[in-house]
Write a protein that binds this ligand. Structure first.
Ligand SMILES: NC(=O)N[C@H](N)C(=O)O
Length: 248
């Protein structure tokens, strides 16, 4: 292992950059034969949890969702999942959304399979059914242009329906693409870069980021990004959606 006293990771009150160089394993009951890096969690002030699971070929994830729904995305490798009466093999770019109160089992992974997860406490909405298990895959053809800018494309991975209180999207910035404005909004984000490099501005701080890095943005954390280099920059991100803004 290369030794270093340097890191690109930062953890602030309303945002964080988590680079892989600082990962330390967490043991999660029921998830065996794997390392689990808890990248974003309520311990840092977030209302989502984001983890990266790296499986050995003996890896097995057995559990039942309780109050939190979980979205599993295969970053690399292949694994079998049994959930909701179905068994499927998921490869890179494929995913499954598991609603609350659902048992699941992931088995038979290729060595070094990586799964990214997003977890959120589900908020039911009167008159709308709790979502069912949902499978899908990354597909650039299903990524419409964002805000009339040909360089930006977003694929929504979950149905755009009020029953869902979280969205997971893949945002592709073509070479030279950048967010058209500084965004300032109530929605929170957790994200991981799947490809390329970028410069991200978070609350007036500027960060170089690249494939493998994760970012947490609290509500109202100001955000802007531009792709860098000679390849597109792509991230998968979580966003809370579709619920009434609360006042205590
Ligand atoms: N930082 C971001 O990628 N924000 C997105 N445009 C979003 O809020 O969906």
């Amino acid at each position: 292992m290369e030794m270093s006293a340097l890191t690109r990771s930062v953890v602030k009150r309303n945002h964080a950059i988590i680079a892989p160089d600082g990962y330390i394993n967490s043991n999660v009951p029921g998830w065996t034969g794997c390392t689990v890096n808890v990248i974003i969690n309520e311990q840092m002030g977030a209302r989502l949890c984001q983890t990266l699971i790296t499986l050995t070929d003996a890896g097995r994830l057995v559990g039942e969702t309780q109050v939190s729904q979980i979205f599993f995305y295969v970053v690399q490798g292949r694994v079998q999942v049994a959930v909701g009466g179905e068994t499927r093999t998921l490869g890179a770019g494929q995913y499954v959304y598991i609603p609350v109160g659902q048992s699941y089992e992931f088995t038979g992974p290729e060595a070094s399979t990586q799964l990214l997860t997003f977890h959120k406490v589900y908020e039911p909405l009167a008159g709308h059914a709790t979502p069912a298990v949902f499978f899908g895959e990354r597909d650039y053809r299903k990524a419409p242009i964002y805000m009339n800018d040909e360089a930006l494309r977003i694929q929504e991975l979950l149905p755009n329906e009020l029953g869902f209180d979280m969205a997971v999207n893949i945002f592709t910035y073509g070479i030279g693409g950048n967010l058209p404005m500084v965004e300032t909004h109530i929605m929170e984000h957790g994200l991981m870069y799947l490809e390329g490099q970028a410069i991200y501005m978070l609350d007036q701080c500027w960060y170089p980021v690249k494939k493998g890095d994760s970012i947490w943005m609290a509500p109202y954390c100001q955000q802007w990004a531009t792709a860098m280099g000679q390849e597109p920059s792509v991230y998968i991100y979580y966003k809370n959606v579709n619920r009434f803004p609360t006042v205590m």
